[in-house]
Design a binder for this molecule. Structure first.
Ligand code: CP3
Length: 354
């Protein structure tokens, strides 16, 4: 997708950063790098500030959000901050009874299976999430030239948590609903697209320089089902920020077959997991999309020689992409040694310097 034509970015502003430039397929000084789940349990300073504070509560306190979001930027020297929150925060904000259970993930008290269950899903407005606006504004002022990435969960991935009632391997209730009652499925996803799009819009409106739509579990679908039942809803979430001139990154796990469709939903950047090489991903996507990825997070546990070789290969593959943002193929695992992330960041910068 192409962003609206706009005034040139102010030199030294986040809009002139390598991350935003790579997303717009413009020349960069070196390959920008950040890590999904960089803010979180791999950092001792994160565990220290979170001590005794439940996950969802920490997502509603601006000063804590700001501190946790800044921690990996300070420590690793990454090229972007990812806003500290969770994909279920906007659902909690509109009153859905759910919690994030440590070691499990989001758990929903009353799963959505019938038409009357949809009543719980009201439209999200900025008034539901004043702490998000406040935290983004504070972060943007503290980050200076470093861009902040806002994010939201995509309708399919949010629907999976709501319909299953929690994390799921097979998404059986979700798929049963999608195929058994496509009208109800559509109504559910339309509501989730509004919530997801409005959550992105609050963050971009408050100053985030890019956004990422996480459709983490959509790799469970075929191309046919994605096209028929999901793509237009993700497109509507992404369209909610189309006029704000922020690059949109669209990511899912196991989505090799869906990459092109995910780009066509309205993204400038398509996230690639580690199962598809970047060169293959670029071939599938064509020249109109930048790519983000795709180091296997498990490789952060390999001996440095092996890890270094793989990082260099990914940077090299990325040089032939229309634009490349270095990242993992999925989130940082909690038990990783954070020093390895710092070293990978420096290596990407060193080998990609133009
Ligand atoms: O650093 C960052 O990337 C920013 C923060 C962030 C979190 N969740 C914080 C978090 C982001 C971007 C997310 C998105 C998210 N949440 C996704 C999409 C990304 C992905 O991994 O595919 C998904 C699927 C969720 C739902 C969710 N929330 C899961 C599966 C879990 C892990 C459960 C567990 O404990 O193993 C969470 C909890 C969560 N979200 C934590 C953090 C830091 C751990 C909570 C803690 O520290 O106690």
């Amino acid at each position: 997708a192409s962003l609206p034509a706009s005034a040139p970015a102010e030199p030294g502003s986040p809009r002139d950063s390598d991350l935003v430039r790579a997303a717009r397929r413009q020349p960069v000084s070196r390959t920008p790098v950040w890590f999904m789940r960089q803010a979180g349990r791999s950092l001792p300073e994160y565990r220290a500030v979170r001590e005794g504070i439940p996950m969802l509560e920490s997502c509603m306190r601006p000063e804590l959000i700001t501190e946790i979001t800044l921690q990996p930027v300070r420590r690793h020297g990454v090229d972007a901050a990812i806003f500290f929150s969770d994909i279920v925060v906007p659902l909690k904000a509109i009153g859905i009874d759910l919690d994030i259970v440590p070691g499990v993930g989001p758990v929903v008290a009353r799963p959505i299976r019938r038409a009357k269950d949809l009543e719980q899903l009201v439209d999200l407005t900025p008034e539901h999430v004043p702490y998000i606006t406040e935290a983004v504004q504070q972060l943007v002022s503290e980050l200076g030239a470093t861009p902040l990435i806002g994010f939201a969960g995509a309708p399919f991935t949010l629907a999976s948590y709501l319909v299953e009632g929690g994390p799921s391997k097979n998404h059986e209730h979700t798929k049963a609903l999608m195929h058994g009652d496509p009208d109800l499925w559509d109504a559910l996803c339309a509501r989730l697209a509004q919530i997801s799009g409005a959550f992105l819009r609050v963050q971009a409106g408050a100053g985030a320089s890019a956004v990422q739509l996480f459709d983490s579990w959509v790799g469970a679908l075929s191309r046919a089902d994605y096209t028929r039942h999901v793509q237009r809803h993700s497109a509507s979430a992404l369209a909610a920020v189309a006029d704000l001139e922020v690059p949109r990154i669209h990511f899912g796990v196991g989505t090799g077959e869906l990459l092109r469709l995910m780009g066509e939903a309205g993204a400038e950047v398509v996230g690639v997991d580690y199962r598809v090489g970047l060169t293959d991903a670029v071939e599938r996507l064509g020249p109109d999309y930048a790519v983000q990825g795709n180091l296997d997070p498990a490789l952060l546990f390999a001996p440095w020689d092996a890890l270094e070789r793989r990082v260099r290969e990914i940077v090299e593959e990325g040089r032939h992409a229309p634009g490349h943002i270095f990242n993992l193929g999925h989130g940082v695992l909690p038990s990783v040694d954070p020093d390895v992330l710092t070293r990978v960041t420096a290596l990407v910068h060193e080998v990609s310097a133009r």
